[in-house]
Design a protein around this ligand. Sequence first.
Ligand code: ACM
Length: 763
Amino acid sequence: MKSAATILISFLAILLLNTASAQDTDPYLGIIPAPASLVKSPGTFIFSKLTVVKADNPKDKAVELFKDFLLNNRGLNNKVVKYSPRVKGKGISVILTARGSENLPAEGYKLTITPRKITVIGKGAGLFYGIQTLIQLFPVDQKIAANLPCLVISDEPRFGYRGMMLDVSRHFFTVQQVKKVIDLMAAYKLNNFHWHLVDGQGWRIEIKKYPKLTEVGGTRQQTMFGNNRDWPDGEPYTGFYTQDEIRDVVKYASGKYINIVPEIEMPAHSDAALRAYPELMCTPDTAVKTPARTTGLYCPTEETFTFLENVLTEVMELFPSKYIHIGGDEANKQPWKESAFCQNLIKQLNLKDENALQSYFIQRMEKFLNSKGRSIIGWDEILEGGLAPNATVMSWTGEQGGIAAAQQKHNVIMTPQTTGLYFDHYQSRSPLEPVSFGRYAEFSETYKYEPVPKVLTEDERKYIVGVQGNLWTEYVPTVAKLQYQILPRLFALSEIAWSKPERKDYKDFSEVRLAKHFERLDAMHYNYRVPTAFEVIDTMMIGSQFTMAPKSVVPGAKIVYTLNGRDPLDTDLGYESPIIFNIPAGEKRTFKTVVITPSGRRSLPTSTVMYNQAPVAAINYTGNSQGLKFTLIKGNFTSPDQLDYAPTDTTGITKTLETAEFRKIRPSSGIVFEGYISIPSDGVYNFSTATYNDTQLFIDDNKLIENEVAISLLKGYHKIKIKNFYNAPAPGARRRGNPTLRIYMIAPGTMDKKLVTADLLYN
Ligand code: ACM
C-alpha cells in the first residue's frame, strides 16, 4: 500500500498555527473588516479614566456609541466635552471631529493614534465607522486602562450597499432580538438591514387599513421545526410588529447608520395575505376542471393594485428607505394561466405571456413607488418578461441575474445562494450540525466570494452596488440558532462588502483576526458557531502512523479529546502537544475532539478515524449496463437502519439517484440502490453524500457513514450500495429546493466528483 496517509497528514500540519506570534505580525491588528490602509508607528496610547473625549457635538450618535462602549464594556464614564481646535488642551485626549473630512470619500474616516492623542476624522457615518474601528483596537477585558497601538488608518467602503437580510415570516423575532442583529451589523460596518416582513407563512407588520393581515395572516398553522425535520409540529405559530414597534426599530437602526429596506412580497409568496383577503386571489376559469392549488399569488386586478398601494403607503410612512423591496421571486403563474380574467388582461394589454404579466405587475408597482420618490428592489426573477425601468436587482439564484441586469445598466446587489451568502445553509458537512436548509455555505466560501463578476466590462461593473447575506428562518426557531447561523459568517460578509479585494487575506482572517472577535462576541453575549479544531473534520485517514496536532483559533480555548469513540466531555483529556499514533495493521483508532471556549461554548465534536486498512481488491464484474438496481421499501422512515426491518416490494433498474419518479407512485418510501462503480487506479478514495435525510453508503459491504468516508481500493470494479429514504412534505409545509440525493467521490489527487449515470453500473 502506498503511504496515502501523508497527504492527509499534511492537511493537518498546515493548520498548525501559533496565535500569539501571528497576532503580533497581523497587518490589520485584528480589525474586521480589513481597513483600506493601516500604517503602524512606534509607541502606545494609554486610555484611562482620565482621558478626555472631545467632540464637535457631544450628543452626536457616533459619540454616543463611544460613550456607550466605554460605560458598558469598560465601566468608564470619561468626560466628554465640546471640541474647539483653538483651545489647546494639554491633557491626553480623544478627538472626534468632522474637521478635515472635506476630502474623505462617503462613509470614509481617518484614525490617528499617537502616544498622547487619538483623532478620528469623519463626517456622519464616517465618524461612526472610525469609532467602530477604534473600539475594535481596545482589548476585550474589563481593565480600566487600555494600551492602544500608535498608527494611522485611512479607510472607506468598497460598496455603498452592505446588506443583511432577516426573514421574520417563517419564524418571528422580537424587537430586542432584531436590535441585537442591528448592533452586530453596525459593529461590522454593514449599512442596510433588509427586513423580510412578509411571506407565505406569516404577515408580520401591522397595516392599519387591513387588520386581518396580522389577525389572520400573522398565524401559520404549524412550523416545520418539530422534533423531526420532516414533519411539522402541529402548533399554530403567531407574531407581528405593531407600527410603533417598527418605528422604534427604524429609529434605532438609523442611530447606527443602518437603513432598513422593508420587503413586501408580490405577486407570489403571498399566502399569508391571501388567507386574510382571499378575494385578492384569481378565481379559476370555470372551464378548468382541476384548478391548481393556490400558490400564494395575487390576481392582477384593480382591487389588488389598490390593496397593495394602500399597504405600501403605510409602509412608506414607517420606513424612510429610498429602496422598497417588492419581492418578485419564485412566482408559479399557474393560477394566472387558469384565470379567464388574466388571459383577457394579457390579450388586452397585448402581452406575450404570464411572465410579461408579472413584469406588468411589477412595473405598475414601480411606477407607484417612483411617484412617491422611492425605488424598488426585486429578486432576480423580475428580469423575466422585462425589467421595470428603474429597478435594482437582487441576484439570488446565482450570479446570472445580476450580470444580465448590470448589462442592462441596472443596479445590482449580489446575494447568490450558490456562493456562501445564504446563511440558512449548513456551515459544515458534519452530520452533527443543527438541522438547516439542505445546502452548504461554509464560512470560507462566504469569504472567498468576489461580488463583481469578471465577465462584466469596466462600465458594467459600477452597477454592482453591493452585496448581502440572507438568513431564511424555516429552520431557525430560536435566537440562539439565529446567531449561530450568522456567526461567524457575518464577519466574512463584512469583509467582502467593505474591504478592497487586494486587502483580503483568508489565512490571516480565519487563523488570526477572528480570534479577538470571538472574545468580543462572548463579551456581548452572542451565540456563535465555535470553529472545530480541524478544518478537515469527520474524515477517515488511511495509513499506519499519524500525528494529531489540533489547534483552535479561539483564544484560551481548551481542546478535549477521546480515543474510545465517545464525544469528548470536560472530564476527558485536554490536548497539550502533538500526539503520534501507530496503528496496528487492520485496526482503527478514532480521535475525537471538542473545542471548549473560555466562556464555555463548545464546538461540534470532530471525529477522525485513523485506519491501517489493507486495500480492498476489485471484484469480478463483466457487465457494462449503466444504472443501478433499486428496491422500494414501504413505510415512513427517520433512519436508513429502519429499512432492514420493513417489507420490500417494487424493484427495478434506474438510471439516476433522482427520486422524483418514485415519489409519484409512492410519496414516502425507503429506497436501496445497488450496483458497481469503476475505480480507475489504486488509492484512497473519499466518498460523501448530500441529501435532506441521513444516507448510508456501502462500498464492497463496508459501511461508509458519517466520519468513515475513506477507503483504500485497488483498481477495478467495486460494489456500491446506497440506503436512503424520503418523506412526503407535510401539508402546508413548503420545502424549498430539490431533495435530490447526490453522491460524491474524491479520487486521489482530484476534486469532488458527483457520481452520474455513466459511473453507475449493474448486472
Ligand atoms: C429567495 O431565496 N427565494 C429569494
